[in-house]
Design a protein around this ligand. Structure first.
Ligand code: PLP
Ligand code: SF4
Length: 344
């Protein structure tokens, strides 16, 4: 068995195991993990410093996940799905959910409704439907493999997907969204990278939420991908009690650049059932962008986006930076000073 498979097999999946390791009461967690599954790799669990810290909050189930009356799919992903597993919301790109499995089930996951569940049509038929849809839709030039985590598929299954997509002439690029560099860095093997290299242009977006997730192992995993010639981006979710402070977020963005990962998005939490205790106010995100923009490398400043309900798309937000008086633009710089720009 490959090392990463062993790490998955050895991960914590029951309240009893978790209770033993963390000295908590397993009782209230039992109904919870029947609804939303539990999995934590030993490596990720090892990053916990103390009860309730940033790592703990992301992976240890919290009973308040059950008292939340939001929708399970506020972004209408199921409605925007022409064939099972494909979300077609924007004209020229689709998300293809190729796996429902993850190394760690994040408690704040926007796809909480499906992660850890059996993949519908996992006998391969849904894959055929997805490929057929993409092949029959010439407008699609960008395919984003997501899930779950695509890198929980083994190399052969992943390669079969990449090869079928590459055979479609109008698919110009493929992206993979994965949290394995953080939660299962041993997944980024030399063998995987040799395989991926054959399917350029390939982009990988990782998912770091806290500077403490940037471990030596995560650094090595990202270096391997970058050395394979894969541009790396990062999507962070803004999470109460985890990274909702400008100083933490600034450090995270700077450290990501230091490991050759370019910050891409900071996501406002979606209004997904079971995740309300992570939600911050919009001003929290704006304050963070305000603290980043101009104060540190422009490359360290991602877009802060709200994914609009009903599948209306991601909308970037900036702190009040522009005001218009006819041909005069009043622009606010990073120190808050107003600068005039005259259109002519
Ligand atoms: C986020 C997302 C994309 C990709 O958006 P980009 O802004 O191009 O990264 C595509 N489709 C869906 C459904 C998405 O949620
Ligand atoms: S890795 Fe991504 S898809 Fe998986 S549980 Fe975490 S946020 Fe959800």
């Amino acid at each position: 068995m490959e090392t990463w498979r062993k790490a998955i097999a050895d991960s914590i999946t029951t309240p009893e195991e978790l209770a033993e390791l963390l000295d908590i009461d397993p009782e209230p967690l039992a109904p919870l993990v029947r609804r939303y599954p539990l999995r934590i790799t030993r490596r990720y669990l090892g990053l916990i410093g103390k009860p309730g810290d940033a790592i703990w909050r992301q992976c240890v189930p919290d009973p308040c996940e059950l008292d939340d009356d939001q929708l399970s799919d506020p972004l209408d992903e199921e409605r925007l799905s022409p064939v099972p597993g494909v979300i077609h919301r924007y004209p020229d790109r689709v998300v293809w959910l190729v796996s429902n499995e993850c190394a760690v089930y994040c408690r704040f996951c926007m796809r909480k409704r499906r992660v850890g569940c059996p993949l519908a049509g996992s006998n391969g038929r849904s894959g055929d439907d997805a490929v057929r849809y993409i092949a029959a839709t010439p407008a699609i030039r960008d395919v984003i493999l997501s899930g779950g985590d695509p890198l929980l598929l083994d190399d052969e299954r992943l390669e079969a997907i990449l090869a079928r997509l590459r055979a479609i002439p109008h698919v110009e690029m493929i992206r993979i969204g994965t949290r394995t560099p953080v939660t299962l860095p041993e997944r980024i093997t030399a063998r995987l990278c040799r395989m991926l290299k054959r399917y350029h242009p390939l982009y990988v977006n990782t998912h770091f939420n806290h500077p403490r997730e940037i471990t030596p192992e995560a650094t090595k995993a990202c270096a391997r991908l970058a050395d394979t010639g894969i541009p790396l981006g990062n999507q962070t979710v803004l999470l109460a009690g985890v990274n909702d402070e400008p100083a933490i977020m600034t450090l995270l963005m700077q450290r990501l650049l230091a490991i050759r990962v370019r910050p891409y998005y900071i996501h406002q939490m979606d209004l997904v059932r079971g995740t309300g205790h992570f939600r911050t106010k919009v001003t929290t995100g704006l304050d963070i962008i305000g603290a980043l923009r101009g104060h540190t490398s422009g490359m360290a400043t991602p877009y802060f986006v709200i994914d609009a309900a009903g599948g209306k798309g991601k909308i970037p937000l900036l702190p009040d930076a522009v005001e218009r008086r006819g041909d005069t633009w009043l622009l606010r710089n990073y120190r808050g000073e107003i600068v005039e720009y005259q259109d002519r």
